[in-house]
Write a protein that binds this ligand. Sequence first.
Ligand code: NAD
Ligand code: LMR
Ligand code: MG
Length: 593
Amino acid sequence: MASISRNLRRSLTPDRLRLLLLLSQHPREYVTAECHRPVVLHKRGPDILHDPWFNRGTAFSMTERDRLGIRGLLPPNVVSSQQQIDRFMLDLKRLQKYARDGPSDTLALAKWRILNRLHDRNETMYYKVLINNIEEYAPIVYTPTVGLVCQNYSGLFRRPRGMYFSSEDRGEMMSMVYNWPADQVDMIVVTDGSRILGLGDLGVQGIGIAIGKLDLYVAAAGINPQRVLPVMIDVGTNNEKLLKDPLYLGLQEHRLEGDEYVSVIDEFMEAVFTRWPNVIVQFEDFQSKWAFRLLQRYRKTYRMFNDDVQGTAGVAIAGLLGAVRAQGRPMIDFPKQRIVVAGAGSAGIGVVNAASRTMARMLGNNEVAFESARSQFWIVDAHGLITEDRADIDPDARPFARRKGELGHQGLSEGASLVEVVKKVKPDVILGLSAVGGLFSKEVLEALKDSSSSRPAIFAMSNPTKNGDGKIGHSNQGNNMYLFPGIGLGTLLSGARVISDGMLQAAAERLASYMKEEEVLQGIIYPPISRIRDITKEVAAAVVREAVAEDLAEGYREMDARELARLNEEETIEYVKTNMWSPVYPTIIYRKD
Ligand SMILES: NC(=O)c1ccc[n+]([C@@H]2O[C@H](COP(=O)([O-])OP(=O)(O)OC[C@H]3O[C@@H](n4cnc5c(N)ncnc54)[C@H](O)[C@@H]3O)[C@@H](O)[C@H]2O)c1
Ligand SMILES: O=C(O)C[C@H](O)C(=O)O
Ligand SMILES: [Mg+2]
């Protein structure tokens, strides 16, 4: 294969390429006239990928992908049949190796594989299993196992799921989008693979996170599984290991940057909103420099949101309000909380932005209120406490850099360590969104004992919990899964054209109020995952009502905006409930087109 360059591969007709490949890979006697005879097909598109006689997966050449209407339905790297076999064998042998050396993740991965095969065979049954056992299997199809799946995706890849758009598809996306078999798509989760959980740049392998999030859209929000679309935008990877890995499924070049990068994402957005004008696009696990910029670029014109920035912020706010209640104080005391945040990426800054806005609103929403809210936060990143003294300060973090005047009397300076900050600030809350394991060390927790709060709260939100701070307790991790399904469902059912701050705030407030007083006083801030469908229904209803209140709702199907506005709270909840898909076999009718 090494002798056939990628350019040559792309320029040859598929049949000639196949012959060349056969000759380069097999002893001459295998290449008979029989195996070079063309095969006549009576199908196109995904049907071919699902037919084991004709499917050749990632080995379909670019021209074949175009001719057969499957461009975009496979990872972008065209591989040889030998590479396919190498990948398969590696995966097969890995099982033996794991069984021998015994890493604890093997069981989780094995469960993922079994569930994934069911997903490919029978979607209704898959979602029934998932919904009925959500507490047990959410950690398999979603965080944390999904992180492991992404890391091992080259080996685990079997049947494609979702769409892939790459930098090499520029100019083609508008037509490619029609290769997707569904005429209606409600929900897209898109990633560029640049910051998958706390695992860094995983390139094309990040598709796993989009699939996992959409599994929750179906299981928790009751979005119809025929109307979800996971998307990977492959603009290359800066992960040196993947760039050299012969079995990697994505483009083996460095990431596009600047205007070139933005033009790819623009083209994708235009294509999907042209085919499906009512779709909602959730941006997921983009590195923070792009997470913020793309959110600002699209949020006023498209129905989209960024889960890591906005979903996480809402979940954190609900938790922070719960922490105030758990201290036996009224919620209105929230602006008095002193909060130390470890991590200044899309999640950390997203949380601080939204939480300070909530405080400011409680204080009167004027300039003084904003200034007072700002001064309640101390942000520590990889270089320590962020202050005005820092050179090259990240523009997104700048508003929250501690002011020179404040530092002296607190006995803190630029770059102070987390322990030092906790010792001096005596915070009510520490919140971890850094992706680094063990940050909330014994020393930090000891220092927190001197907190001025009667009941200091610790939010360990880094992922995956294995490398994160999550040792403290995973089952009740403040994860954005408490909100994103409801934000998506509420937006869909309201027909709002954009997702406003108010809609996000309403979602967070509903989650905060979901917990009963006695639960909060016991220190239980987030509900159990087993209630996720109920939580999601409530959150979605709150989003619908806010969209109506802000005059953004345009209605959904037979429910027009005027009728939506007439629904009271209970009726809105009922409306949401009746529009949630459940995994039951429908009556099937055959009709010849
Ligand atoms: N629980 C949730 O719902 C949720 C939601 C979003 C993100 N996350 C997790 O939060 C983490 C951060 O996500 P992100 O998008 O902000 O990532 P990011 O890469 O944009 O930011 C990571 C931040 O952590 C900082 N950091 C690194 N080492 C540190 C150290 N030793 N001490 C303090 N800070 C340090 C970095 O400087 C950076 O500011 C990831 O693990 C992600 O999976 C969790
Ligand atoms: O995916 C998750 O579990 C939460 C969050 O979106 C993350 O990126 O860590
Ligand atoms: Mg994420």
